[in-house]
Ligand binder design. Structure first.
Ligand SMILES: Cc1cc2nc3c(=O)[nH]c(=O)nc-3n(C[C@H](O)[C@H](O)[C@H](O)COP(=O)(O)O)c2cc1C
Length: 177
């Protein structure tokens, strides 16, 4: 059969799209926006990592040593209780985009808690983050170290107010579209 008919191409695209998911945490909406852009551009599904107790504005005050994030930062085991780590049809996904804000040069703690509990075997993982100014640094490889499964690509950093065009450029680079 001819593999390059428009119909065959469309079929492949659909099969590919069906097998991608964007898993993300976002405390103030910046990472959520990028996650939604990825979903829009690739057709991937979305799964939001939600802490059992959401972070309030006061919880996120990183200049206050008594704030929730500041306290979590000092804990050896920064485990954040999550609503659930059960992603519907997890085993069916081949490609997982993992999105997070940078917190003190690392992935926001709920994402580390999520990744620890998941099996990424047979999956390709594209980490991405948003930050005010920090680079992705070793935030993504630290997540990879927590799971030891899956093929993890280099993490991509976006500015907090990155546009869908920026996201499109990245997706083209990694050949996801
Ligand atoms: C606790 C905390 C720590 C942060 N640490 C950094 C940092 O080290 N470097 C940086 O560039 N931005 C830092 N930021 C800013 C966030 O990374 C940035 O606002 C991000 O886009 C937030 O994403 P969100 O809206 O999805 O939560 C920090 C924000 C918080 C709340």
């Amino acid at each position: 059969a001819c593999q390059n008919t428009p119909a065959a191409k469309e079929e492949r695209k659909e099969a590919k799209d069906d097998a991608s998911i964007v898993v993300y945490f976002s405390a103030t909406g910046n990472t959520k926006k990028i996650a939604e852009d990825i979903a829009q551009l690739t057709g991937a599904n979305l799964f939001e990592i939600e802490p059992a107790t959401p972070y309030t504005k006061a919880d996120l005050a990183y200049d206050n040593d008594d704030s929730r994030v500041a306290k979590e930062r000092t804990m050896d085991d920064r485990k954040v209780e999550l609503k659930t780590v059960d992603v519907p049809d997890w085993d069916d996904y081949d490609t997982v985009y993992v999105g997070y804000p940078i917190w003190w040069d690392e992935a926001a703690y709920p994402v580390a808690s999520f990744v620890k509990g998941k099996d990424f075997s047979d999956k390709v993982v594209y980490p991405f983050c948003t930050s005010s100014s920090s680079k992705v640094g070793d935030s993504a490889t630290k997540l990879e170290d927590l799971t030891k499964t899956g093929v993890w690509f280099e993490g991509q950093r976006f500015a907090a107010d990155a546009s869908i065009e920026d996201v499109d450029t990245w997706l083209n680079e990694i050949g996801a579209e």
